[in-house]
Design a protein around this ligand. Structure first.
Ligand code: CP3
Length: 347
């Protein structure tokens, strides 16, 4: 009997790699600007107009599935979506990234912060998940959120941070308000995750993009407890959970204890190192450098095979990139990567 894409993906998460004909594949930012069909819809529209229109967002979610028949789709939205609807002047500026005008500066700003819900503040996401789920039966569907520290850093710094210095300073100056901010952010993210789970996503991924700036001690105090609160939530703990971070080799001994089923790693760690550190107890996702995809199909095939061979030793393995695919990536290199994964283990 032929295995479905969803089964292949779930087998890897459940560490039943031996049931799979080959590793499942999806990749971060798979629906995005390297795709001509995305560029076409994006023309004359803002990013917000795309994610706030369920029909368009659903179509974009499905674009990479239609083109490459990947094993999993990821809902097209952003980690910052739960912050639209707060009166903070959030926009995602092309070529710049997210900008927030009214940032959190003082304890009073935390007091005023509303805990958003999808129902009230971004109902378009609910409709998008429903429509996408209806159109995807064989493939896995991934829901996601940011991690509390990463989202709080956007609220404090107002943009993608280069060092999290303002966030750390806030935590030192106002320890009580920092905790309150992180508690509120955690609740906001739980609300986003629950609506995705209720509407049938097969797994969730937590993006902790800015954890890399924390020391071990800082991670333990400023970030970890809140991720754990999410992953151990009674309505979240039983769904497959992937934790993504990058540049966090120094944090791996903490990350392995978060309660995630899958660790999504970048190439500052090798898959073998992480397997050793985790005593082969975790499924692994990753970790091809997306810069490889700026080279040639031949180099892409070679580098993809190296990653696949390392992944073979994991109890569960999902092929992915170290971080999001780069905008100028030639499609032929993506095709070479996908084909190499699909033909892996085919004798
Ligand atoms: O992966 C996917 O295909 C699903 C959709 C998705 C987006 N952003 C769409 C998006 C996901 C999972 C994200 C996560 C995200 N967003 C992260 C965590 C992952 C990471 O990259 O570390 C972060 C930090 C953000 C915040 C954000 N949103 C940034 C920094 C940017 C600008 C930089 C960039 O790559 O363009 C965005 C905008 C954004 N989010 C785009 C997309 C497709 C580009 C929109 C466009 O201009 O068309």
């Amino acid at each position: 009997m032929k295995i479905t894409q969803k089964q292949r993906f779930l087998n890897a998460i459940r560490k039943q790699q031996e049931l799979n004909d080959r590793p499942p594949i999806w990749f971060m930012r798979q629906a995005g600007r390297y795709l001509p069909e995305y560029q076409e819809i994006r023309q004359n529209k803002t990013f917000e107009q795309l994610i706030q229109n369920p029909e368009i967002a659903t179509e974009i979610t499905l674009q990479p599935i239609k083109r490459f028949d990947l094993d999993a789709a990821i809902i097209f939205t952003d980690i910052l979506t739960p912050l639209y609807g707060l009166n903070i002047g959030l926009t995602i500026k092309p070529g710049v990234g997210p900008i927030i005008e009214k940032t959190v500066q003082k304890p009073e700003d935390v007091e005023k912060l509303e805990i958003t819900t999808p129902e009230e503040h971004y109902p378009y996401l609910i409709e998008e998940i429903k429509q996408t789920r209806n159109k995807l039966e064989q493939h896995a569907l991934i829901g996601f959120s940011g991690a509390p520290f990463t989202i709080a850093s956007y609220l404090i710094e107002g943009k993608s941070t280069r060092d999290a210095s303002k966030t750390k300073a806030f935590a030192w100056k106002y320890p009580k308000a920092y905790k309150q901010l992180l508690e509120k952010t955690t609740q906001i993210l739980i609300n986003k995750l629950l609506v995705q789970i209720e509407n049938g996503v097969d797994a969730i991924q937590i993006f902790d993009s800015w954890a890399l700036y924390l020391s071990q001690k800082q991670y333990e105090e400023l970030a970890m407890p809140y991720v754990q609160k999410i992953l151990h939530h009674p309505q979240i703990k039983d769904i497959p959970k992937i934790y993504y971070s990058r540049g966090t080799a120094h944090l791996i001994n903490k990350i392995k204890r978060l309660g995630a089923d899958v660790l999504s790693i970048d190439n500052t760690m090798t898959i073998s190192e992480v397997l050793k550190t985790t005593d082969n107890q975790k499924a692994i996702q990753g970790n091809l450098d997306p810069a490889v995809l700026l080279s040639t199909p031949k180099i892409t095939r070679y580098e993809t095979l190296k990653v696949l061979n390392e992944g073979e030793n994991a109890p569960g393995y999902i092929f992915n990139l170290s971080k999001g695919i780069i905008k100028d990536t030639p499609i032929e290199n993506v095709e070479a990567m996908v084909k190499t994964v699909k033909k892996f283990k085919e004798a």
